[in-house]
Design a protein around this ligand. Structure first.
Ligand SMILES: C[S@@+](CC[C@H](N)C(=O)[O-])C[C@H]1O[C@@H](n2cnc3c(N)ncnc32)[C@H](O)[C@@H]1O
Length: 426
């Protein structure tokens, strides 16, 4: 357990210093390449869990500390150890003993007694500490206060359920490649492989328990991809017709690009401004045996990459707060600042305004975010409609709500389908 605790401590410490959780984990696994798969999985689980429950864990720690910690490494070590004591099945004595040993290994041996005392006090005072959330919303919901306040304001009846969902484990959902098979046939393959699953809708199948993709039948052959059910709506809402030209303006890692190509014979240009992330688009296209034109470019500056031919369909899956997918990325809620929301909204408006002239008359643009904050969603689209007289907001097919809030089936998403017509005569 030493390598596990030390690893989780280092990863959580990096995130608390401002680093993205996935990057911190990948870097750790590159550096400690001899870790066993089970050790990697445990480091990942403890890091995710600690960040999921960070609000409560920090409240507990501050209650147990009589004075501030002098060594910055001790906070993440104590947080992950308290997380393990409360949420994992590891033996409590081993958690405490190993945390004390890690204290020495990281050169903080002088704090061994303190680490031991805090963890033992946690065990003794657990019942009282569990009640910390009664008077402290950050401890109760493990989200920053500004985030809780925004949800209370915009979702007065749903906010508590939304925060609870954001702290839960996300479902693993598959998208069946319609060019290779269909959902009923793939469900049979899953059953034969001993993987329990249920069919949600169209191409979406939810696994009852997450498995590594290498266990999925025909994954390498491109029969299936991992994609949330909410994300699978984008390609469906675009109403694609054979032969259309489609721009996917913020495409990486290519989940929606590939879904569009699986659904219809269309010509897709996939743009993203992040060269490194574009390699994932190439990988996905290649595994699924699909093809698109992939270009590195800034969606807000089309003159740098657009050949002047209007598109029939545009998908603007814009950068956003990602507040609808926090259960998949629990670092997000701690790394975001309230002021980031307005910055995202400005960036999104720039992208939308820059893409609108690229849409053919009669064409459709789908604006998408994985955010639950109205400033990036409904308010953004209302402001866009006020600026563009030739834009019309269309109802979504199948009476799908524009704002999807996260639930047991899908993550939080927002969709607005805009059609381009002539501006009204004056
Ligand atoms: C929500 S993700 C897109 C997910 C993708 N559509 C999918 O389904 O797999 C947003 C993407 O926008 C890209 N991005 C952000 N700002 C951009 C810009 N100005 N121009 C182009 N891409 C941008 C990011 O690099 C990121 O890959």
């Amino acid at each position: 357990m030493l390598a596990i605790q030390r690893g989780a401590m280092q990863v959580v410490s990096e995130v608390l210093a401002g680093r993205n959780l996935n990057d911190a984990l990948s870097q750790h696994f590159r550096q400690y390449f001899r870790l066993e798969p089970a050790e990697r999985a445990a480091i990942q689980d403890i890091s995710y869990g600690t960040l999921r429950h960070l609000g409560w864990l920090r409240a507990v720690l501050s209650k147990l500390l009589l004075k501030p910690l002098t060594d910055p490494q001790l906070e993440p070590l104590l947080l992950i150890a308290i997380y393990q004591l409360e949420y994992t099945r590891a033996a409590p004595y081993a958690i405490v003993d190993h945390a004390v040993t890690v204290t020495t290994k990281i050169g903080a041996g002088g704090a061994k007694g303190l680490v031991n005392a805090i963890l033992r006090n946690f065990q003794r005072q657990r019942e009282t500490l569990l009640k910390l959330g009664e008077r402290n919303e950050v401890a109760c919901y493990s989200h920053p206060q500004w985030w809780i306040n925004l949800l209370k304001k915009h979702y007065p009846t749903e906010w508590q359920a939304m925060l609870a969902t954001a702290n839960s484990h996300p479902p693993m959902t598959l998208r069946i490649n319609a060019r290779k098979t269909d959902a009923p046939a793939y469900l049979k393959l899953l059953a034969e492989a001993g993987i329990a699953a249920k069919w949600l809708d169209d191409a979406a199948i939810q696994l009852l328990e997450a498995v590594p993709v290498t266990r999925l039948p025909q994954f390498a052959e491109g029969w299936v991809s991992v994609q949330d059910e909410g994300a699978q709506l984008a390609a469906k809402l675009l109403d694609l017709q054979e032969g259309q030209s489609v721009l996917d303006a913020c495409a990486a890692p290519g989940g929606k690009t590939c879904h569009m190509l699986e659904m219809a014979k269309v010509d897709v240009i996939a743009i993203d401004h992040d060269e490194a992330r574009l390699s994932r688009v190439h990988e996905n296209l290649s595994r699924l045996q699909l093809s698109a034109t992939v270009k590195c470019g800034d969606a807000a500056k089309p003159t740098e990459w657009w050949d002047g031919k209007p598109f029939d369909r545009i998908l603007a899956d814009v950068p956003c707060s990602a507040s609808g997918v926090v259960r998949r990325h629990p670092d997000i809620k701690w790394l975001r600042r309230e002021t980031d929301i307005a910055q995202f909204a400005t960036q999104q408006a720039e992208i939308l305004d820059a893409l609108w002239p690229l849409l053919a008359e009669g064409g459709k643009l789908l604006y998408a975010t994985c955010s639950i904050f109205p400033q990036e969603n409904g308010e953004q689209i209302n402001a866009f409609l006020a600026r563009h007289e030739d834009a019309v907001l269309l109802p979504l097919a199948g009476e799908i709500q524009q704002q999807l809030t996260p639930n047991a089936r899908h993550d939080g998403f927002y969709y607005a389908l805009l059609a381009k017509g002539a501006p009204p005569a004056r």
